[in-house]
Design a protein around this ligand. Structure first.
Ligand SMILES: Cc1ncc(COP(=O)(O)O)c(C=O)c1O
Length: 411
């Protein structure tokens, strides 16, 4: 296994000391933490002014807002902790320089070269006509909902799952239908099929590996859903590269199901969250339909160049996937060793619990400089797999938190 470049992405490696020194999360509440912290660029869940002629169906809604707090150890948004090596930084900079002289022109609005590279990366005999790209898989999902959802239509998902699926559904005026995962966070195909037959949604979302619970779905569940669904089936595979050995991708099912879409991202395995590149694989007819709703020239020439440079050096970020899978597995074992409940994970994060007061545990970790995520079912917390040093910091922080936790907070 090749290791990530030495020093790349170490905690705080890129932060000037003055920036980090101003971290002061101690004594904050969940909400004020994001307001007080230095480096925070937005706040969570602000009130919308009542004098605005907002769409009535958006009234009272809360914006997406994972806290962006400048703490020493950030394990809350499932980013890849390994920044690009000096060599890859140079390749990216060269790629940007290569398009900079043509920025007076609009980019290739169909991003054919990038789609060709992505198709080659995905394999499965895919051609560029079966691959589409946008600004993060969040935009891919938005385009799918714009094209196939909308007023009078519905989308069904099985929760707990990725919180942006319902939020984007609502933003596109698509009714959100919430199905439930099983007690062990799996999805029984019989129940899924029944929910589809009862509600006949235009879109079904399956997240595999699932965020925040971590497990991947067996292909048999996806097949059962595809057989029953009257409309589009979207399998969100944002974390596919982190899956345990022997976990197949839904890409294998594409030749059999014309209304199946698999969405992927370069934010996680490719360590490119800042560049905003997501993509999907589907029948070319699906992509033709997406052209109706995409904005003209939606993917900048700079973004396309950066993504292509990263794909040309795929071996480097993909080596970090191996390192993170190993850290994840070590973390699962360690948390279980502490007597905690831990969900099996095929992703770069782990869901653990069950706490009487998960917020108290989250807060106590934050006060020790470790930011994880309050998400998922009540009593559970999610921690992203980081570098070995970050994982040591997490373990070192959690032990006294568990030892000092009040009776109510403890598992
Ligand atoms: C399941 C899932 N899908 C999609 C995304 C969005 O990723 P991006 O828009 O960065 O591609 C995320 C981000 O965390 C995710 O967890």
């Amino acid at each position: 296994m090749s290791r990530p470049a030495a020093g790349a992405g170490r905690p705080g490696a890129e932060d000037p000391p003055s920036h980090r020194a101003s971290w002061r999360a101690s004594g904050t509440t969940r909400r004020s933490a994001s307001l007080n912290a230095s480096g925070t660029t937005h706040r969570e869940g602000g009130q919308i002014a009542d004098w605005l002629p907002l769409r009535p169906d958006l009234a009272g809604r809360t914006a997406y807002g994972a806290p962006q707090i400048d703490v020493p150890v950030r394990l809350n948004t499932n980013e890849n902790p390994y920044g690009p090596s000096a060599g890859l930084v140079r390749a990216i900079a060269d790629a940007v320089a290569g398009v900079a002289g043509r920025l007076n022109r609009y980019p290739d609005r169909d991003a054919v070269a990038l789609r060709t590279d992505l198709a080659a990366y995905l394999g499965h005999g895919l051609s560029w006509r079966q691959v589409w790209a946008a600004n993060g898989s969040n935009e891919v999902i938005q385009q799918l909902l714009l094209a196939f959802g909308g007023p009078g239509r519905s989308a069904l998902g099985f929760e707990p799952s990725y919180s942006m699926h319902p939020l984007t559904a609502r933003a596109t005026a698509t009714a959100w239908l919430s199905g439930a995962r099983d007690g062990d966070f799996g999805l029984d195909p019989g129940r899924a099929v029944q929910a589809i037959r009862d509600q006949r949604p235009e879109l079904v979302f399956l997240t595999s590996p699932n965020n925040p619970t971590g497990g991947a779905l067996p292909l048999a569940v996806i097949e059962a859903v595809c057989d029953a669904a009257p409309g589009m089936v979207v399998v969100d595979e944002a974390y596919a590269e982190f899956a345990r050995d022997g976990t197949p991708s839904a890409l294998a099912l594409l030749p059999r199901y014309r209304r199946l879409v698999i969405s992927r991202t370069m934010s996680k395995a490719f360590a490119l969250a800042g560049a905003r590149v997501g993509y999907l694989a589907a029948d070319p007819a699906v992509i033709e339909a997406l052209l109706l709703v995409r904005l003209p020239y939606h993917l900048s020439a700079v973004t396309q160049a950066v993504a292509r440079a990263a794909l040309a050096h795929a071996a480097e970020p993909l080596a970090t996937v191996q390192a993170l899978r190993a850290e994840r597995d070590r973390l699962v074992d360690w948390l279980r060793g502490q007597g905690l409940a831990v969900a099996d994970s095929d992703a770069n994060f782990v869901l653990f619990g069950e706490f009487g007061d998960a917020h108290a545990i989250w807060q106590a970790l934050l006060e020790r400089g470790v930011l994880i995520r309050e998400t998922g079912p009540p009593g559970w917390l999610r921690v992203t797999a980081g570098t070995p040093a970050e994982m040591d910091a997490f373990r070192d922080a959690l032990l006294p938190v568990l030892a000092g936790a009040s009776e109510e907070a403890r598992p």
